[in-house]
Structure formats: structure tokens, C-alpha cells
Design a protein around this ligand. Structure first.
Ligand code: GTP
Ligand code: MG
Length: 650
């Protein structure tokens, strides 16, 4: 039913499964044929687990009633033959709703009571505390039960204004909130703060996750959405409706939450069916729609081609009734094709990159080592068949000299290694939890216990400033380590003629970017006169808590990335040293044996030959893994040709 989207996502899943297989095959190869640290195997295992959990988050953002939920129903849930998620005139979706599939739990809908806003925990933190949520089991086989469970997403409650104000949801002086008023003393507020739906739909099973959001005011009251959930989505769909055009609040959402994010975002002009006037010719209608697309594009400052015109409602109706004509007219297929063509490949790219980063250098290493083992075996075979004692002696002297020189460089390298690890520890010290705690504590002190708006803003600015400084320091230090490593790697290349190895690169730009985004959000928040009014103190405090959580996450991620990098930087070269040494010893051993007893040449020849066949078999396995890896990641591996060795001597 879902055309490009369905096959696109199933392709994504297929690729992901194959990547998991490649990583697993490599891990098993290492377990069987190589001596590796358990920690390394664990890392590969973690990688497969993360790949399996990898999700593509698609967020729907718009002012209320633009048809976000209707579009989600049409795109993903038409198989229910009715409207699954509540969509209605006026404000309907009352809380941000995440829809995904977690195979480790039974289908459920989990709702976070609005009263949790009294607490200082972020939603992210609360997600790890199931007791705080109301959980309902979903009976996916019963459409009516499903629909009635989903109705919870639209639930509201009537409370006294004082309570709503204490929850940070009500402000007497804000004319935008007038719609909430029920009577003199009471207002209507959402019953839930956040919803999570675990639902086994094929697209969700393939790793797609959806975030449905309520309109502007509801989003503004939950700073975490603007700071974290929306910026972290991989793609954003921004909806407008033909009957309202681009209003002031549409524009505000576009600017504040959509346009500035680096993730892919698309503008969708919904409800084109409202322009389907029976008294006009199809050409006239097409012209009207085109005019509206053009004016929308001009107002948002994007190319006309970037605005997709659809009717979510007619698309849903068409899918339920199997009406192909109407489906075509609804324009939804173009949207599905676009999602399949653009969003999925970019998500796939992120996934590929994580595999390439972790596996690429190691795989190459393993493969080259196997080739070298084969070459070494071939050399001993030649020595054996050469039957010339003099040559054997010369070869032994050469190997001994090689070995000595190598040991010398290894000693030098160990010194470098110590320096690198020392500097590494210093670098990590700048990024540790305690340091972060101290920065947060200082920013709390700047707030001076008064929790006034001015104090909070002072604290936030200090926090961001201090974090940026720590960050810059870490970057500088990592640059120094990089230089040190480059020199060490180069020396190995110069002195031993080993193929040059590229040391892994520490790339923190992504986090720097996240930090810059937080700086901008904070600056914008601090500069907004609305937030300086005393009545908004609650919002400022919530924003501050959200900021601290995000800042901590960025810091933790940087630390983790840096730690991994420090561990990985020396791996390739250490592996080479070990391999080279083992090879030298092996050669030496073979030659001594030959020398000691030339009469056993026949026997030795057979033994070496058997060894070669074994190595060749291992090599074939690793070559198959390399081939699949290259195919999936597009990373070309150098062609190393040792296949003929065995064939030639067999
Ligand atoms: N005519 C027409 N109506 C639509 C279309 N899409 C949605 N609607 C109607 O518009 C109203 C609002 O749609 P929703 O899906 O609830 O909008 P929303 O953006 O999710 O709104 P909130 O949940 O309040 O943020 C509903 O009555 C829908 O049936 C469309 O393509 N054409
Ligand atoms: Mg909705």
C-alpha cells in the first residue's frame, strides 16, 4: 500500500540486517582465528546491538489543526480501515506523541501525567522511570479497542487557574491562551504531558519512529521539545493548510523549530481538497493550487519545488476505500516517494558511517595480516625447496637484523604510547562528570538561590560560556595528540616500509554544532522579552533544567567519543607491531629448523603447505566479509592478491 515508502524502509531494514551480519561474521572470524582482547569483541557486539536498535525519527511539526495527525493516519495507519489516531477540528493532539516499535515489550500506550511538570526531572529522565507513567496494554487485533485507547491522546482536564499557573500552563496576561478558559476560575489543560506508543507496524518494525506534536502554545510550554526532541529528529515535516495560509504562528514555528535545523525538513501544504471546486475546470484548480504553493514558498523563503501539496484527509479516505483515482489526486504518493528517496538514504548513511568507523580500519588490518602470513609461508616454502644451506643462512641473518631493528622502533613507540595515554587522561579529565557538576554548580551559584528570571538567565549564560571553554580546551588538546600520533605513524612508515596507516580521526564537530545550537537557543530565549516577565519564571526554570540535561548529554557524548577514539588510536599500529613480530619469529623458527635438519625438508615442506592451505581458507572467509562490507558501505578496499600463491604451489 505504501509504495516507495514501504519498499524503501524494507530496503533499509535489509541493509541494516546485512550490516549486522557482516559485523557478526567478522567478530566470529576473530574469535576463531585471531587472538584479540575480549573488550574488542564486546565492542563489536555493542555495535550490532546498536544497529538493531537504530531508529529513523520523523517528526511532524505545525500549528494546531493543520492535519499532522491526519497525515500520520494516512501515511501509516490506513490498514485499520478507520482513523486510528484522534484527529478533529480545533486542538486535538494534546501532548507530544512518540510512536515506535520495541520488540522487547508487548504493545502499549504509555502516558505521562501532566502533574509531573511540578517536578524538576526532564522528560528524558522520566522515560527511564516506568512507574511515573500510566501504561495501557494495546490489543492490536481489536481496531475498536485500539481507537478508544488512542483517544487518550486528546484527553484534557479542567483545573483551577492557580493550579494551571503553578504547572506553568496558564498566564492571565497572555492573550494567546484565552482559548483555555472554561469559566471565571477554571481553565482546560492537557491531561498528559507526553505519550509513547509501542506498536508493531511493519514500517515501525523496520526502524521508523514518528513524533506527532501539538501546536505552538503546547510546544512552547515544553522547552525540551525545542531543545532536544525536534533537533534530534532525522527529518521534519512542517505542515500548512490551504484554508489558513501562512499565519503569524505558522511562521513562528517554521522559524523557531524547523528552518534552522540541519536535519532534513520539508514543507507540506495540506487540505488542497478545499480548493477542489466542482464549478471550476481541473486546469483552473491546478492553477489555484500552484499559486498557493508559490506564495507559501515565497513566504517561507524556500524554492517552490520544496513545497508539496497534498490532501491528507482524502488520502486516508482513498486508502480505506481502495479508490486509486482519489489517491492519485490527494498528492500523497509524491510525499511518500520523497520520504523514501531522501530521508531513508540519509539515515542509512549515518548507519553505514558508524560501521565504517568501527570496522573499516580493523578489517583492513586483519585482512592484510592474513595476506602477510600467507606470503611468509610461501617464503619458507621457497627456502625449503631451494635446498641451499648458504641461502638459508643468509636469510636467517637478514631476519635477525630485521627483528633487531624492529624491536628498537617498538621501544621508541612505547615511549610515544605512554605520552599519548598521559595526554589522553588529561584530556578526559577536562570532560569528566565532576567537572561538569562543578560548572553546573557555578551556574547555580550565579542564580544565587533566588530563581529570579534575571538570575536564571545569568546562570544559563555562565553555564554555556564555561562549557564552551572546556570544549575548546579539549579540542586543542586532541589536536596536539593527533599531531603526536601522526608523527609516530609516519616513523613506522619511513623506517619499516609498512604501508602507511591513517590514524583514526577524532571528529567533535557534531557536538560542537549541538553546543552552538544550545547557545543559539539560550541566546534567543534570553533575548525574548516574553521570558523576562515575572510570570514566565516557571518557563525559565524549566528551560534551565532542560538546558542542563542537554548540556550534560552533549558532555557525556563527547567524553564517550573521546574515550573510544583514545582506545582506537593506537589499536591499528599495536596490531601491526604484534603481527610483524610474530611473523619475524615464525620465519626465524622455520629457517632454524631447515638449517638444523636439511634431511627433514620433505616433511617440513608438507607441513608448511598444509599451513598455507589453512591460511588460505581463513583468507577466503575474511575476503568474503570484506567484499560484503565494501558492497554495503561503498568503502573500496585495496585489492590484495595472494590467492595465486597457493594455486601456484599446490
Ligand atoms: N478538508 C480537509 N481537512 C483535513 C485535511 N487534513 C486534516 N483535515 C482536518 O483538519 C482537522 C485537524 O486535523 P488534525 O489531524 O487533527 O490536525 P493536527 O495538526 O494534528 O492538529 P493538533 O493535533 O490539534 O495539533 C481535522 O478535522 C481533520 O479531519 C485535509 O487534507 N483536508
Ligand atoms: Mg494532532
Amino acid at each position: 500500500m505504501n509504495y516507495g515508502l514501504e519498499s524503501g524502509i524494507s530496503r533499509f531494514r535489509n541493509r541494516r540486517d546485512r550490516l549486522v551480519k557482516v559485523v557478526t561474521a567478522y567478530k566470529e572470524w576473530l574469535e576463531r582465528y585471531a587472538e584479540v582482547e575480549p573488550e574488542q569483541l564486546l565492542r563489536l557486539y555493542d555495535l550490532t546491538e546498536n544497529l538493531k536498535k537504530d531508529r529513523l525519527l520523523l517528526a511532524f511539526v505545525a500549528e494546531f489543526s493543520r492535519g499532522k495527525t491526519e497525515l500520520i493516519n494516512a501515511l501509516f495507519f490506513s490498514d485499520f480501515k478507520q482513523r486510528l489516531l484522534p484527529s478533529d477540528a480545533g486542538r486535538t493532539t494534546m501532548c507530544p506523541t512518540e510512536i515506535f516499535y520495541d520488540p522487547e515489550a508487548e504493545p502499549y500506550i504509555r502516558l505521562l501525567p501532566i502533574e509531573t511538570r511540578f517536578r524538576d526531572d526532564s522528560i528524558n529522565t522520566l522515560k527511564r522511570m516506568p512507574v511515573e507513567w500510566n501504561t495501557l496494554k494495546l490489543d492490536v487485533a481489536d481496531p475498536n479497542a485500539m481507537v478508544s485507547a488512542m483517544r487518550k491522546l486528546a484527553e484534557t482536564k479542567i483545573v483551577f487557574k492557580v493550579e494551571a499557573r503553578a504547572l506553568g500552563l496558564w498566564d492571565e496576561n497572555d492573550p494567546n491562551l484565552a482559548y483555555m478558559v472554561k469559566d471565571q476560575d477554571r481553565v482546560e489543560i492537557p491531561a498528559w504531558r507526553y505519550a509513547m506508543i509501542n506498536y508493531p507496524h511493519p514500517l515501525l518494525e523496520s526502524g521508523l519512529a514518528i513524533l506527532d506534536t501539538p501546536g505552538l502554545n503546547a510546544m512552547g510550554a515544553e522547552p525540551e521539545l525545542t531543545l532536544s526532541a525536534i533537533p534530534n529528529a532525522h527529518a521534519l515535516l512542517f505542515l500548512l493548510a490551504t484554508d489558513t495560509g501562512v499565519t503569524q504562528s505558522d511562521f513562528e514555528i517554521w522559524n523557531k523549530m524547523v528552518a534552522k535545523h540541519t536535519s532534513q525538513h520539508y514543507a507540506v501544504l495540506n487540505k488542497i481538497d478545499m480548493l477542489w471546486d466542482d464549478l471550476k475546470s481541473p486546469e483552473e484548480i491546478a492553477r489555484t493550487i500552484q499559486r498557493q504553493i508559490e506564495s507559501t514558498a515565497a513566504q517561507l523563503g524556500i524554492p517552490t519545488g520544496a513545497v508539496l501539496a497534498i490532501s491528507a484527509q482524502k488520502a486516508l479516505v482513498a486508502k480505506i476505500r481502495g479508490d486509486q483515482e482519489l489517491l492519485k489526486r490527494s498528492g500523497i504518493q509524491a510525499l511518500e516517494v520523497m520520504l523514501a528517496r531522501e530521508i531513508i538514504p540519509s539515515r542509512e548513511k549515518i548507519m553505514r558511517e558508524s560501521v565504517v568507523k568501527e570496522l573499516g580500519p580493523r578489517l583492513n588490518e586483519t585482512r592484510e595480516a592474513a595476506h602477510k602470513r600467507l606470503a611468509a609461508a610461501r617464503q619458507s616454502l621457497q627456502a625449503l625447496t631451494g635446498k641451499n644451506q648458504q641461502i638459508v643462512l643468509q636469510m636467517r641473518d637478514k631476519v635477525m637484523a630485521d627483528k633487531q631493528k624492529y624491536e628498537e622502533t617498538t621501544r621508541n613507540f612505547n615511549v610515544t604510547r605512554k605520552v599519548v595515554s598521559q595526554q589522553g587522561w588529561e584530556l578526559l579529565a577536562h570532560l569528566d562528570e565532576e567537572r561538569m557538576d562543578k560548572i553546573i554548580e557555578e551556574s547555580m551559584m550565579a542564580i544565587n538561590d533566588s530563581w529570579t528570571t534575571a538570575g536564571l538567565i545569568r546562570g544559563m549564560q555562565l553555564l554555556i560560556r564555561r562549557m564552551s571553554a572546556e570544549f575548546d580546551h579539549a579540542l586543542q588538546q586532541s589536536a596536539a595528540i593527533k599531531q603526536l600520533l601522526n608523527a609516530a605513524y609516519q616513523r613506522f612508515h619511513d623506517e619499516h616500509g609498512l604501508e602507511s596507516v591513517d590514524p583514526p580521526v577524532l571528529d567533535l564537530t557534531r557536538y560542537r554544532g549541538r553546543l552552538d545550537e544550545l547557545v543559539i537557543s539560550t541566546q534567543e530565549f534570553c533575548a525574548d522579552p516574553m521570558n523576562i516577565m515575572l510570570e514566565k519564571r516557571f518557563m525559565v526554570k524549566k528551560f534551565y533544567i532542560g538546558l542542563v540535561t542537554q548540556a550534560r548529554i552533549v558532555f557525556q557524548q563527547v567524553r564517550m567519543e573521546t574515550e573510544t577514539w583514545l582506545r582506537l588510536t593506537l589499536d591499528p599500529i599495536v596490531a601491526r607491531i604484534q603481527e610483524h613480530k610474530a611473523q619475524l619469529e615464525h620465519r626465524l623458527e622455520n629457517i632454524s629448523k631447515v638449517h638444523a635438519n636439511l634431511s627433514s625438508i620433505q616433511e617440513r615442506t608438507q607441513a608448511v603447505h598444509r599451513e598455507m592451505v589453512q591460511i588460505k581458507a581463513q583468507l577466503d572467509e575474511i575476503e568474503a566479509i570484506v567484499k560484503e562490507f565494501s558492497l554495503l558501505t561503498g568503502v573500496a578496499m585495496r585489492s590484495l592478491d595472494a590467492g595465486q600463491t597457493v594455486a601456484a604451489t599446490a
